[in-house]
Structure formats: structure tokens, C-alpha cells
Design a protein. Structure first.
Length: 115
């Protein structure tokens, strides 16, 4: 199993980057994946999880209305569209999979929101 996040970097406040999580090594279209983030000095935060069918997603209050999770099962990729970024969104962003009783994490991608 491998999860590889990309798309992070330095973003200005109000920016709208899209993160990707490319997955391999398991039947992607059958599994829920989730996005998380960890800001400096804070615990890791669940942002939302997308079911295998891409159905209903419950977002963390901190990102509701600004972030959108989607997936492309043909590309084995999950996305995190981030809009209206704020400095407090600065964090390392991770995708996660629960597969055969074990959690798998990507290496994370840093997003820094600063002018």
C-alpha cells in the first residue's frame, strides 16, 4: 500500500490550491479515504472522509464550506480542494486509509499560508 500526497507549498491568504493523494497497492474504488492535517504544536485533525462511492462527507467545522474532498476512482486519486485559505490552515496535510485492520498514512504535504 502506498499513499503519496502532492500539491502543497506556499500559498497566499485567500488562495485555492488542490492537494492530491495518489494511491496504490489495494482496491482503491472499494475503500474510504480521509484527509487530515497537523499544524505546528497541535494534534492531527480529521478534515473529512470520502466513501468508496464518493457519497456524503462530513467535514470538520474548521473547514466546512471552504474545503471539498473528491475522488477519481479511474486515477486512484483522492483530492482536497481548499478555498479561501487562512494562515491558520498552515499545516502538513495527510491522506489516510484503513485497510485490512491497519491505518496507512502518506508522507504528507506541507501547506503554508502566508503573504
Amino acid at each position: 500500500v502506498q499513499l503519496v500526497e502532492s500539491g502543497g507549498g506556499l500559498v497566499q491568504p485567500g488562495g485555492s490550491p488542490r492537494l492530491s493523494c495518489a494511491a496504490s497497492g489495494f482496491p482503491f474504488s472499494s475503500y474510504t479515504l480521509s484527509w487530515h492535517r497537523q499544524a505546528p504544536g497541535k494534534s492531527r485533525e480529521l478534515l473529512g472522509a470520502i466513501p468508496s462511492t464518493g457519497g456524503n462527507i462530513n467535514y470538520a467545522d474548521s473547514v466546512k464550506g471552504r474545503f471539498t474532498i473528491s475522488r477519481d476512482n479511474a486515477k486512484n486519486t483522492v483530492y482536497l480542494q481548499m478555498n479561501s485559505l487562512k494562515p491558520e490552515d498552515t499545516a502538513v496535510y495527510y491522506c489516510r486509509l484503513l485497510y485490512v485492520g491497519r491505518f496507512y498514512w502518506g508522507q504528507g504535504t506541507q501547506v503554508t499560508v502566508s503573504s
